[in-house]
Design a protein around this ligand. Structure first.
Ligand code: DQA
Length: 146
């Protein structure tokens, strides 16, 4: 199964962005971890990052058209982008929402996700390992192609 791992705004700065909050792994490290995990799970993965809401929505349209699974860290868009939520609703799935941190333990504005209701599930709080868990979930949910 093809999987798009999509990262929203500011995640390209992983490693230097508030390392006490988001950890020291860079976005390039995240790409390497996801690629390695996907390979061992028999998934084909592409990891992308954008700071643009329009570009992220375009990638979700692409996943919807291709029938690809999505692992999505919407970053700050999580908390207010209904446009992103509507694009997620078009993805036939699986679509897993991920977060490096646990938004429920942070500021109040992070407690709302407008995306969660249209995701198969949410994995939060495990740093880059959240993505590995999400890829495992995709592998478990994906129709057996064998
Ligand atoms: C985040 C949590 C969001 O609240 C924040 O805006 C991010 C990253 C996370 O991965 O923990 O940019 O999605």
């Amino acid at each position: 199964m093809n999987v798009l791992v999509l990262n929203g705004p500011n995640l390209g700065r992983l490693g230097s962005r508030e390392p006490d909050v988001y950890g020291t792994a860079s976005h390039a490290d995240l790409v390497a971890y996801c690629t390695q995990a996907a390979e061992s799970l028999g998934l084909s993965v592409e990891v992308r990052q954008t700071d643009s809401e329009a570009e992220l929505i375009g990638w979700l349209h692409e996943a919807a058209d291709a029938g690809a699974a999505v692992v999505l860290n919407p970053a700050a868009f999580t908390h207010y982008s209904y446009a992103l939520r509507d694009a997620c609703a078009m993805v036939p799935g699986p679509l897993i929402e991920v977060h490096l941190t646990n938004p429920a333990s942070r500021e109040d504005f992070r407690h709302t996700s407008v995306v969660s209701a249209v995701a198969n599930g949410v994995i939060s709080g495990f740093g880059v390992f959240s993505y590995i868990l999400a890829l495992q979930a995709v592998a478990a949910l994906a129709p057996n192609e064998g």
